[in-house]
Design a protein around this ligand. Structure first.
Ligand SMILES: Cc1cc2nc3c(=O)[nH]c(=O)nc-3n(C[C@H](O)[C@H](O)[C@H](O)COP(=O)(O)O)c2cc1C
Length: 361
């Protein structure tokens, strides 16, 4: 039997979902994704339609094969509940979390807003999640099913700053055998004091500790709201202390980007695009060839993904534009990338990664 989603285009789904408040819409979408995982024939059919596996895009990073470079950004699947469905939406990898040691409710609602005219989202979720034990049970059920998973970890809101290192230690120990990479998140604007941990002494202590606890690659995810010099200095400390990569960027607290912004939470999507690119480009110039770089923030097209790749990204992630454009965006980016690589005479994505800096030398 031919299962087809053509009648149920994302525009139709979006019209329904956008009638609900954003958090309810997210819960409904999650319900759909969980149901999809229970219906193998449908999932296979959707995967055949959306998932691109192509020799020009496949890469081995940290010993893991990524069939394509387009991943789901952290925060969409906070509890690792939709992992099975994500390849069917076309994603080459998924970053789950942010997970904290203990479950927590997150900030008061409403805390998630659509800035529709700006093709952006503003969120002040505050790491609402079911905690590390729940996620561990999810991963134990799934692991290993041959699809790259990143685990994004953060401290609990009630953990004081001087005990933050212990939260990361607990999480690194819990997940040391799971996932293909682990991300240290100290860049969310929605946990008070978290971004203060973006300082050199904390980062250095954290990565030195992390290296003793696990052989998994540990990445640092940074905020867009710092100068390129500060970001470079911070990332250098992390890399020197053993970080295996950098993810740039998280959401921005630059509320001057739109008159429609609330004065709390982080902005993502189109409004973040140039800011995120600018910081990523500065990091690419400095660190291309020295570590693995992942770009996230406002990516909305194959051209934008390609721009990040040429600036040094081995992988890219999307979140907000998935909400506005639907999963066909993932396929569009992957197919578009193949075309753009060919147009520039490349035979594999690795030749284009950091091309901006290779051409200069
Ligand atoms: C609703 C929402 C929740 C998010 N939660 C997290 C999170 O828990 N951890 C994290 O590292 N990033 C989180 N992010 C940030 C995204 O992973 C990403 O870095 C950011 O949204 C920029 O990408 P985009 O413009 O493609 O959305 C969240 C973003 C949104 C919109």
């Amino acid at each position: 039997m031919e299962y087809s989603l053509s009648l149920l285009s994302y525009e139709t789904v979006k019209k329904v979902l956008f009638k609900f408040d954003p958090e309810t819409a997210h819960t409904l979408a999650g319900f759909g994704l969980k149901s999809l995982a229970h219906c193998m024939p449908l999932m296979r059919s959707v995967k055949d339609r959306f998932f691109i596996s192509h020799p020009m895009l496949a890469q081995e990073l940290w010993g893991t094969i990524f069939q394509n470079p387009v991943g789901l950004g952290a925060g969409f699947d906070k509890n690792g509940e939709y992992i099975l469905s994500m390849p069917a939406l076309g994603f080459g990898f998924t970053e789950i979390g942010t997970v904290t040691p203990k479950p927590q409710k997150g900030n008061e609602k409403p805390r998630l807003f659509r800035l529709i005219e700006d093709l952006s989202i503003q969120n002040a979720m505050g790491f609402n999640n079911k905690g590390s034990y729940y996620m561990l049970q999810r991963l134990k059920k799934l692991y290993f099913f041959g699809y790259p998973i990143g685990i994004n970890i953060g401290k609990n809101k009630l953990t004081p700053e001087n005990e933050a290192l212990e939260d990361y230690e607990t999480l690194l120990k819990a997940f040391r055998e799971y996932g293909d990479y682990i991300v240290i998140n100290i860049s969310s604007p929605n946990t008070p004091g978290l971004r203060d941990l973006q300082n050199e002494s904390f980062i250095s202590a954290l990565f030195q500790m992390a290296q003793k606890l696990t052989d998994k690659p540990i990445l640092l995810k940074i905020a867009p709201d710092m100068s390129a010099e500060d970001a470079i200095a911070l990332c250098r400390v992390a890399i020197d202390a053993g970080a295996s990569g950098i993810i740039a960027t998280n959401t921005t607290i630059d509320y001057s980007l739109t008159p429609r912004a609330k004065d709390f939470g982080g902005i993502s999507g189109a409004l973040l695009k140039e800011k995120s690119y600018a910081l990523f480009r500065a990091l690419g110039k400095e660190f291309y060839g020295k570590t693995i770089l992942v770009s996230v923030g406002g990516i909305d097209s194959p051209e934008e993904a390609y721009r990040r790749i040429k600036a040094g990204a081995s992988l890219i992630q999307i979140y907000s534009m998935l909400i506005y454009k639907g999963p066909s965006l993932v396929k569009e980016i992957n197919e578009g990338l193949i075309g753009l690589l060919k147009k520039d005479g490349y035979t594999h994505i690795s030749e284009a990664i950091g091309a901006d800096w290779k051409e200069q030398s």
